[in-house]
Design a protein around this ligand. Structure first.
Ligand code: ASP
Ligand code: MG
Length: 454
């Protein structure tokens, strides 16, 4: 379809703060209506709703459940109360909340990941129903679409993986034809497995949905509207002098996201990268402020691009005298970690020890801890395990870092007041990573930003 319309199709995704209340929804509607190329809109749940739904899925006493349900009603009713016509949509939302109440009661008896996904999916179901109504009452013909019809995933509830072939086929037959004549509003984050049960893609999964649908539809661009006007050299809350980056390559942006920049879910970028679809990130609160365009490549990328900070890192140090001149120790360690579905993040080794951090990006929908007793027990049978918590990972993102001279001096020259617990440099030309005590992290970032970016 994109080929015979004036501009290539654009997918726009709005995060929780962009659909948080009536005014936010109208600002987001303004953005959509200002650009006729936007035919498909992907929404998160209204800000705060998913958190409450996750809490309900954990199983609660009746009184606590009632409190959470009131909270959801408060958030969603505040939108309905501002609409001219309220009866029909209020009935729809009430039906959703009745469903939530029923599922939450079931969770009070026995929790399960499948039940959790069914429950939390209501956040996106409600925000999309409300948004369609906001648009309709502004005279815009918008259609509500249940993304579960096309977003086929495996049955790994809480962190389901979409089947992109199935998605493409379903999207082409069920969704694409509708975009010809209608503006379609659909849900991020949720999907369904082969038996039709609802799944979720993990917290923050709506960006991933937008990228997957953009890929399936061969979109010309994917717009991610959030509450910050683009990607910055570092978090402006930590360093007020941080500068907006106008254009950045996927590789750099993925590095930033991987290392804790909250702006994009790292996996989000994959479908867009492999299909070379540019992704724009901007603020729905201030669309005029512009944003960042993430693209396949940029001209003359700088040596130092950005600093990312990831808190609450756990360092595991494994010591074993068996490692001395031995083969297979690391293989054994990695086997155990793989069996526990742990992806290793930073790693350094010496002759008799290995230190590593665990990748916690995109944790499960319930945010369960990765470092389980079972894992520790298994590792301890192999070697002595030391656990250090509350460290922070500071990542310097750049280009050709490992080919340049003097990087070490520029970076470490200003960091002499700090204890640096671990350094990773050399594997990727795009990053240099440091592990520092959690309490020093912000000061380390400020110091480095001052030296490298001001
Ligand atoms: N509503 C989901 C969450 O809060 C998905 C998203 O917003 O991307 O994690
Ligand atoms: Mg989000």
């Amino acid at each position: 379809m994109s080929n015979n319309s004036a501009a290539p199709l654009r997918v726009a995704k709005f995060g929780g703060t962009s659909v948080a209340d009536f005014d936010a929804m109208n600002r987001s509607a303004d953005i959509i209506l200002a650009n006729p190329a936007v035919r498909l809109v992907v929404l998160s749940a209204s800000a705060g709703v998913t958190n409450v739904l996750v809490a309900l899925s954990e199983g609660n006493e009746a009184e606590r459940r009632a409190y959470y349900l009131d909270e959801i009603r408060r958030i969603q009713y505040s939108i309905i109360d501002r609409l001219a016509e309220q009866t029909v949509i209020r009935e729809e939302i009430d039906r959703m909340i009745d469903n939530i109440a029923m599922l939450a009661e079931a969770a009070g008896l026995a929790t399960s990941l499948a039940l959790t996904d069914e429950l939390v999916s209501h956040g996106e179901l409600m925000s999309t129903l409300l948004f369609v109504e906001v648009l309709r009452q502004r005279g815009v013909a918008a259609a509500w679409f249940d993304v579960r019809k096309v977003m086929r995933t495996n049955d790994q509830f809480g962190r389901a993986e979409p089947d992109s072939h199935m998605l493409k086929a379903q999207t082409r037959t069920l969704l694409l034809p509708r975009l010809e004549s209608e503006l379609v509003i659909t849900q991020g984050f949720i999907g369904s497995e082969a038996k039709g049960r609802t799944t979720t893609l993990g917290r923050g999964g709506s960006d991933y949905t937008a990228a997957l649908l953009g890929e399936a539809l061969e979109a010309g661009r994917i717009d991610i509207w959030t509450d910050v006007p683009g990607i910055y050299t570092t978090d402006p809350r930590v360093v007020p002098q941080a500068k907006r980056i106008d254009e950045i390559s996927f590789e750099e942006a993925a590095e930033m996201a991987t290392f804790g920049a909250k702006i994009l879910h790292p996996a989000t970028l994959l479908p867009a990268v492999r299909s070379a679809i540019p992704v724009f990130v901007g603020s729905s609160k201030d669309p005029g402020a512009g944003g960042t365009l993430v693209y396949n490549h940029t001209d003359n990328p700088p040596l130092f691009r950005a600093l990312a900070l990831r808190r609450r890192q756990t360092l595991l140090t494994l010591h074993s005298l068996n490692m001395l001149h031995a083969r297979g120790f690391l293989a054994e360690v990695f086997n155990i970690l793989a069996r526990h579905a742990i992806s290793v993040d930073l790693i350094t080794t010496s002759e008799v020890s290995v230190a590593l951090t665990m990748d916690t990006t995109g944790s499960t929908t319930t945010g369960a801890s990765l470092l389980t007793q079972a894992l520790l027990t298994e590792l301890s049978s192999l070697c002595r395990v030391e656990v250090e918590e509350d460290l922070a990972l500071v990542a310097l993102i750049g280009n050709k870092l490992s080919q340049a001279c003097g990087v070490g001096k520029e970076v470490f020259g200003v960091l002499d007041p700090f204890n640096i617990r671990l350094i990773c440099y050399g594997a990727s030309s795009h990053n240099l990573c440091l592990l520092v005590p959690g309490g020093d992290a912000e000061q380390v970032v400020r110091t480095l930003h001052g030296a490298l970016f001001d």
